[in-house]
Design a protein around this ligand. Structure first.
Ligand code: DAK
Length: 263
């Protein structure tokens, strides 16, 4: 069942069972990301993250664009002091980093600049065949400044990241799949269903286990191997304090489906 919970100009939100869906909604600007949209997106992400009835979050755009980047029309007249003192990017683009539940991006069409960086900040990217990924900021004499120069090399390696950042190369969905930027590619007509099915599957698992896995995988990018392994081991030990983990193992042994309480 679909429940519509919030609508404003720049995003639409719905819940589908335990999945919170956020749709970027500036069609006339190909979902270019302005402050109003990023404020609304951040608020919606935090609201779903704090909602005990939501286990996973899906972020998507339109058939034509996930998001065509930061809003160039808005940025064109900004000065250094505007962005420095206003905390551009830091102030409202990084809210997604606070989200502890799994976030899935469903991308069709353009994921350019900040749109590509937003997808990179999600945990899983499901791409439609029409998806196009690029960091074309160099064409504006800018640089990818919402994590692009850091998350892209971690996702695809230095060679591909340098190529994309320095030449503005556009990756097709198939290339993005091959290089490890996305986790699966599906026909456009199947994108929403596939992503929702995936989010529903994930949201059906034990929430604290999902949160522990997300935190642990993210640690792989933030620490040395031995520190990461130690973190993972502690997370594993902590699973034994979870009633869901005991339920999961008992259900397996009893040859029945587990009933998780998200505890
Ligand atoms: N911003 C504002 N409007 C945009 C836009 C954008 N990024 N992208 C598209 N639009 C608008 C177009 O202006 C057009 O508006 P109208 O002319 O109809 O009023 C409408 O959306 C439809 O676009 P097109 O007519 O261009 O559509 P096409 O299908 O022909 O082309 C396109 C689609 C995605 C290839 C093209 O629109 C395009 O190249 N867009 C720009 C893509 C881009 O360069 N994106 C990167 C933006 S820069 C920073 C941190 C981060 C960033 C910057 C600084 N600091 C820390 C300082 C991030 C920067 C970026 O993301």
């Amino acid at each position: 069942m679909v429940t519509h919970t919030m609508t404003n100009r720049t995003i639409l939100t719905e819940t589908h069972g335990r999945v919170g869906l956020i749709r970027l909604n500036r069609p006339a600007q190909l979902n270019a990301l302005n402050d109003e949209l990023m404020d609304a997106l951040g608020a919606a992400l935090l609201a779903f993250d704090g909602n005990a009835d939501v286990g996973a979050i899906l972020v998507t755009g339109s058939d034509k664009a996930f998001a065509a980047g930061a809003d160039i029309a808005v940025m064109a007249d900004w000065t250094y002091m505007d962005v420095y003192q206003g905390g551009f990017i830091t102030r409202n683009w990084e809210t997604i980093r606070q989200v502890r539940k799994p976030v899935i991006a469903a991308v069709a069409g353009y994921a350019m600049g900040g749109g590509c960086e937003l997808a990179l900040a999600c945990d899983i990217i499901v791409a439609a065949e029409s998806a196009k990924f690029a960091l074309p900021e160099i064409k504006l004499a800018m640089l990818p400044g919402a994590g692009g120069t850091q998350r892209l090399p971690r996702a695809v390696g230095k060679a591909k990241a340098m190529d994309m950042c320095l030449s503005a190369r556009v990756l097709s969905a198939q290339e993005a799949d091959r290089y490890g930027l996305v986790s699966r590619v599906v026909p456009d007509a199947e994108l929403q269903n596939t992503a929702l099915k995936l989010a529903t599957q994930i949201a059906g698992y034990s929430l604290p286990a999902l949160m522990a896995i997300k935190e642990s995988v993210n640690r792989a990018h933030e620490s040395s191997l031995s520190e990461g392994i130690l973190f993972e081991r502690r997370e594993l030990h902590a699973r034994f304090a979870s009633s869901d983990a005991h339920e999961g193992m008992q259900a397996f042994l009893g040859k029945r489906q587990p009933v998780f309480q998200h505890r």
